[in-house]
Structures are given as structure tokens and as C-alpha cells.
Design a protein around this ligand. Sequence first.
Ligand code: FAD
Ligand code: SF4
Length: 508
Amino acid sequence: APRLILVLGDQLSETGASLRAADPGRDVVVMAEVMSEATYVRHHPQKIALVFAAMRKFAARLAAGGWRVAYARLDDPENAGSIPAELLRRADATGAREVIATRPGDWRLMAALEETPLRMRLLDDDRFICRPRDFAAWAKGRKNLRMEWFYREMRRRTGLLMEGDSPAGGRWNFDAENRKPPKAGLSFPQPPAFAPDATVRAVLDLVAQRFGAHFGELEPFTWPTDRDQALALLHHFLRHALPRFGDYQDAMVAGQPVMFHSLLSPALNLGLLSPLEVARAAEAEWRAGRAPLNAVEGFIRQIIGWREFIRGVWSLGGPGYLRRNALGHRRKLPAFYWGAPTRMRCLAEVVGQTRRRAYAHHIQRLMVAGNFALLAGVDPAEVHEWYLSVYADAFEWVEAPNTLGMSQFADGGVVASKPYVSSGAYIDRVSDYCRGCGYDVKAKTGPTACPFNLLYWYFLDRHRERFAANPRMGPIYRGWDRREEATRARILGEAEAFLARMEAGEEV
Ligand code: FAD
Ligand code: SF4
């Protein structure tokens, strides 16, 4: 009898573990667009379209390569509605008893697969540089997991930017040269937009019909949906954006959603590109003298450092990680995250572009959307659901540690050594958002005070017990304590009044 080879929507790599273990002459590849996956959170329509379109093209490629592919479209009347149910249906039809699958990057789906009555062979997803057991071995016995140490291991292991045993340029990290504020008149490369072909068009029509009510605009849809397009995006990035990637990595400019970022996360997460090929391609630009070391090192660190580290934290954390709420935050996510009007220009910009593009770059996610939610004390489970829904690149393994760990400190400090919070001054320094905002970033109190200024102290005051002993935060508390009692009381009172207005549904 044939065996069923399960290929999930984010496992679109021809050298993926389940495909490598299969026999094309005997086995049947199972792929399915199912309602349960499209709706377990209300995904942005572009994200659903991206996954379905890329799946259809990948299935066609496998079929052209001689594979038998049993593919269920969402509107197929026989579609069983979930991955386990689709496996059972295909097992009935083919007489298969055994399933070979690559482990999903999602605990919910992992549990569902383990519960099917079919014999299930779950293989490690070896598209990552660091396997879960290697990460566990690295993490064992360490009190704190710090990305920087892990990253050095990855540099040594891959040989990327290494000269013998030493890092190229004599340093592991060139961030001191990065993170420039945006200059006036800076111009940005236009990222390529992939016009919908017939396959993508059909998916866009389906998604418009079925998921049109989800938050987010479906079109223009410009994401790469196959390997050739993903490679074109990579090459465009290497040529036009990589040389300045480091300099403006943390900058934010109104109306410029992409700047010098790569837009490669969806292609990487779906499996259209491999992290090593992307990192090696970036290294080659430096070796050829076309991009400076600070830019290339910064970019490679995101891929072989942060991305792999985050994956390790997810695999180590287990399903319980998703429920962490170390700071005990309980507030509901404000309506402006779903597009209700807000006077805060930074949030209006980030949410607006998220709605239009299903994309925001890292600092927007961390220091605007995430920072506000943390300062305001929003329930991390709600924040997690938002991030998982609204970004085209959002899959649990990568979204959850970034949101719950890095951004919301809900894991109590596994990913981040201190909470990523800031007052308005930080946002003003790295962006042009504060000009043209309804609030005044310089005002610390009063009706025009930037809410980040009020909430920053509210947060620190509320969590004094946890953070005052942190060596990097102690000086902040000492500065706060030196202020007059009346000033402190006023700031905290105004912060609470702001939150009360927000909770009452007033436009803030
Ligand atoms: P670039 O700036 O061009 O970076 C290059 C690549 O590095 C990215 O494509 C990505 O693969 C990798 N990378 C960079 N930082 C990280 C990181 N912290 N974790 C993992 N990979 C990283 N990334 C996702 O892929 N999916 C998510 O759901 C996701 N959710 C996030 C939620 C929050 C709250 C935060 C703060 C970050 C999140 N990130 C997520 C990480 C990061 O913001 C995105 O990977 C990045 O913005 C994608 O855009 P880009 O491809 O243009 O990135
Ligand atoms: Fe955001 Fe405050 Fe700046 Fe307005 S003033 S854009 S709310 S940081």
C-alpha cells in the first residue's frame, strides 16, 4: 500500500524531511486547504491567499516532477475540513495505513496529528540550522538564554563571516555602527511586486469570497508565491537594500513600510527559501565588496541568530509557553489595533500599513505595537492572537516567542533580558511619526502629553518589585524616585485616566 506524505502549507521545500523519506513511485503526497487552518485565528486575507497560492504552485511543481499529489482545494465539496480528517479521507481512498509527516511548527496541530488513528511517523523539520535537540543541549544548565552567545555558536558552526576561528572584521557584532535615525531626504528602493498570475488570481477570488470580513486588505497582493519569485525578491534585496540594511535597521518613516528591509520572512517561513542559502548569498555580497560588513553581519544575525534562537525557544517552551503571563496583564486589546481611529500617529501608521500589507518591520512590531500593548498591560494572549492573525509571516513557532517573549515579557525573561519598553522619546528619535501627531512627544503631562510618556512610568511603577533590581533598569528607577512626589502622582494619575478613557471606548 502507498503511504501518505503530509506536506503542510508552510513546508513547501522540495527537500523537506517528509518528501525525502518518501518513495515517489509508491507514496501519495497529501496537501489540503482546510477551513480549520484558515480560521483558528482570523488571519489577514493576504496571509491566507499567500499560503493557498504557494501550496497550489508547489503541488503543481511536485506533480510535474512525477509525484502523485492528492490536493484538496478549500471549495472542493469533498474537503473534510481539517488536516487529520483529510488524512483519514485519503487513507480510505488509497488504502494507506501510515503517514509520514514533518513536525509542524504549531503545538495545536502537533497534538491533532498525534491523535489520529493512523500510524504517524513524525520527522524533525531539518530546514533549520539548529535542531531542537541541539538547542536543548546548548540551553541546558544556562541560567539565562542569550541570543548573542547562541549566535556565535551558529557563526562557528556554519562558518559564516568567519576567518578561521575569528569573526570577520574582528568583531561578532557591528550594531554600534547600525541604528542611525532616518535622515531627511533619504530615498528607498522600491521592492518588487509580483503581479498575480492565474493561480494567484483564482485564490484571491476564493479568499475575497470566504474571508473578506477578516481584518486586512486583500489587494494589492504582491507577495512571492513560488521559489523563482522568492529568489527574485532575494536578489533584489541583495542588490538594492542590503548595503544600507544595517544603517537604518531601526528607523521608521511614515508612508515607508519597507525601507531597507528584505520582506523575505514569508518566503523563508513557507520554505520557498532556505535560511542558509539566504545567509550565504548575503555573505557573498560582502566578499565581493558590494555590501559593507556592518550591513551583512546585521542581516545574517537576524537569520542565523534571531530566527534560529526563536525557534529553539519555541521548541523548548512546549505548548505551555503560549499561556505564559509573567506580569499578570489582563487588559483587553484596544479597538485601534483592529483599525478603529486613534490620535496616536505611530500606532495609526503601523496598524494602517499592517492592514494594507500584512507587513510591518521589526521595530514597528516591537517598539510601537508591542511597546504600547506592554505599557498598557494588555493580556499577552490577546496580543499573541493579534500578531498571529495580522502578519503574512506569522506562524506559531516564530510569532509566539517574539510576541510573548521578546515583546511582552510574558515568559518572565527567557527571550529578553529586560522588557522592551520606551517613552515617546525613543519613537521620536528613530522615526518621523511624532511630527504631525495629535499628541506632543515633549509633553510629560497635561492633555497633549504623549501616552507613551505617561504609560512608561505607569508600567515601571507597577512592576517595580520585579525590575528595580535589574542592573540595567535600576538607574531608571533611581531617576524616577528623585522626582517630586507630586509630579510622580500626577503622571500616574494621568496614565490611569488615559487607560480608563481607552477602556471606555473613547478615541485616544
Ligand atoms: P528583515 O528585517 O529583512 O530581516 C531579515 C530576516 O531575519 C527576516 O525575514 C526574518 O526571517 C529574520 N528575523 C529577523 N528578526 C527576527 C526575529 N526576531 N525572529 C525571527 N526571525 C527574525 N517574524 C516572523 O517571521 N513571523 C512572525 O510572526 C513574527 N512576529 C513577530 C512579532 C513581534 C512582536 C516581533 C517584535 C517580531 C516578530 N517577528 C516575526 C520578527 C521580525 O519582526 C520579522 O521577521 C521581520 O520584521 C520580517 O520582515 P523582513 O523579512 O523584511 O525582515
Ligand atoms: Fe506616538 Fe507619542 Fe510620537 Fe504621537 S507623540 S507619534 S503617540 S510616540
